[in-house]
Ligand binder design. Sequence first.
Ligand code: SF4
Length: 196
Amino acid sequence: MNAPMNRRQFFKICSAGVATSSAVGLGLSPGVAVAEVRAFKLARTTETRGTCPYCSVSCGLIMYSKQDEATKKNKIIHIEGDPDHPVNKGSLCPKGAGVLDMVHSPNRLTHPEIREAGSKEWKKISWDEALNKVARHMKNDRDANFVEKNDKGVPVNRWATTALLVSSTTSNEAGYLLVKAARGMGMVSLDTQARI
Ligand code: SF4
């Protein structure tokens, strides 16, 4: 028969459990038992690589998904640091370790919205509509404000009234193309979240 547990022993066991789950979340995976639980949990999942969107460090993630029985759609069930990623080598800070909550948050915005001039309401629009609107605003602004020559008649080809902000989750290749496109239009102000 098991000996009764006193208050001190109870808290010791609880803190050990919390410490173990926290350590796994942070990518500091310890013993064999934990590895076996992990392997069981992740059996039959699909692995997809991604980048943590929270800050400019841009840590690599592995997202594990499998079909949700109720919706029959793929659902991410676990996220951890990518051990092959040169930035974080498998580890994640507490924010990154909790990124699964952000993915499934009911407050997460998953579609474009617009608040028309004079309106207090945000309205859901399609991606096509959003991209067309952005393109139209850019074209109108560039047509109105593009500067071909400065006061001395020197060609400058500047478009200084619109700026571009690139996400830190953008790959090198996508970032290169975005900068080329923006500079090609004469855009002067470019920045990236990775510098903030
Ligand atoms: S895991 Fe932490 S340090 Fe890494 S990108 Fe996310 S928020 Fe930044």
